[in-house]
Design a protein around this ligand. Structure first.
Ligand code: SAM
Length: 284
């Protein structure tokens, strides 16, 4: 099967045909470089027969590269004009029937995905990249690994370890699901329109076993949010409101094996989980 990828001219022609002017609100920066989309697919190690979900396929640059690798794609696109055009673009460019399923929806709201995908590959809309990633990892437990393109600062946060300057709530929450690593930077020049931020690829691999129950996750994320809302405060102060004052917080933290004088930025996700469990024991 030969799939013909989109070049810069094809992207502009398609946009003109659909009367699409890329909007910032939807993070519409389309990749116009075939090497870049092939590199993303290669980094994700997508092979023939695998099942991929793509968030925000846009005009189809990355979608076609995933299909070129012989995978099937479920693509979730919020912009109706783009969602409607994509199956035709795929057919015109050599994609076999049945390899692509387009879901015309807001990715933040989807709760079911046709095709049972196990790999996530996306050039994410920058304004919703972290919420959409967390939503997908939470909702689709079968998603095992993936590669996403995000704004450089967001990628650095997702992959940050405790103690690093950029480690924050997104880093801890992302770590709930598995391991993250930076997988290279991407030039601004490969996008149309050219964005005013730098981009990186981030790869993730889901942990073999779930860290905890859904209830424990919600409690843990609440503690994470509190700890990073007041980043410079010691945990016993940052969590005092939630854990029954400073004395109550000290007691819970000690039971969790976490120093009450520590700050959120030094804790990993398992430390936060132990605090959430110690708190659950206290509140019965
Ligand atoms: N994948 C294409 C590419 O690489 O050229 C487009 C990537 S562009 C950065 C982001 C895409 O996500 C746009 O097509 C935009 O319409 C879509 N999008 C934005 N918000 C979305 C949402 N909440 N759910 C689904 N798609 C969304």
């Amino acid at each position: 099967m030969t799939v013909r990828l989109l070049g810069a001219g094809d992207i502009r022609e398609l946009a003109a045909e659909l009367d699409v002017t890329p909007t910032k609100k939807l993070g519409q920066n389309f990749v116009v470089d075939a090497n870049t989309v092939r590199r993303i697919v290669h980094t994700a190690r997508v092979e023939a027969g695998e099942r991929v979900v793509e968030i925000g396929p846009g005009l189809g640059s990355l979608t076609l590269a995933i299909l070129e690798a012989g995978a099937t794609v479920t693509a979730v696109e919020i912009d109706h004009r783009l969602a409607e055009r994509l199956p035709r673009t795929a057919a015109e460019r050599g994609v076999p029937d049945g390899a692509l399923t387009v879901v015309d929806a807001d990715a933040l709201r989807v709760t079911e995905l046709p095709g049972d995908p196990t790999i996530l590959v996306a050039n994410l809309p920058y304004n919703v990249s972290v919420p959409v990633l967390l939503h997908f990892l939470e909702t689709f437990a079968r998603l095992d690994r993936g590669v996403v393109m995000v704004q450089a600062e967001v990628g650095e946060r997702l992959a940050a370890e405790p103690g690093s300057k950029v480690y924050g709530a997104p880093s801890a929450k992302a770590a709930w699901y598995g391991a993250w690593r930076l997988a290279g930077s991407v030039s601004r020049q490969v996008f149309w329109p050219v964005p005013n931020v730098d981009s990186v690829l981030v790869a993730f691999q889901r942990d073999a076993a779930a860290r905890g129950t859904e209830d424990e996750r919600l409690r843990t994320f609440r503690i994470v949010d509190l700890a990073f809302q007041q980043r410079r405060k010691m945990l016993r102060q940052a969590l005092a409101g939630e854990l029954g004052g400073s004395a109550g917080a000290t007691e819970v933290l000690e039971r969790a094996g976490v120093a009450p004088t520590a700050r959120g930025e030094s804790l990993d996700i398992d430390d936060f989980l132990r605090i959430a469990r110690a708190l659950a024991e206290t509140s019965g």
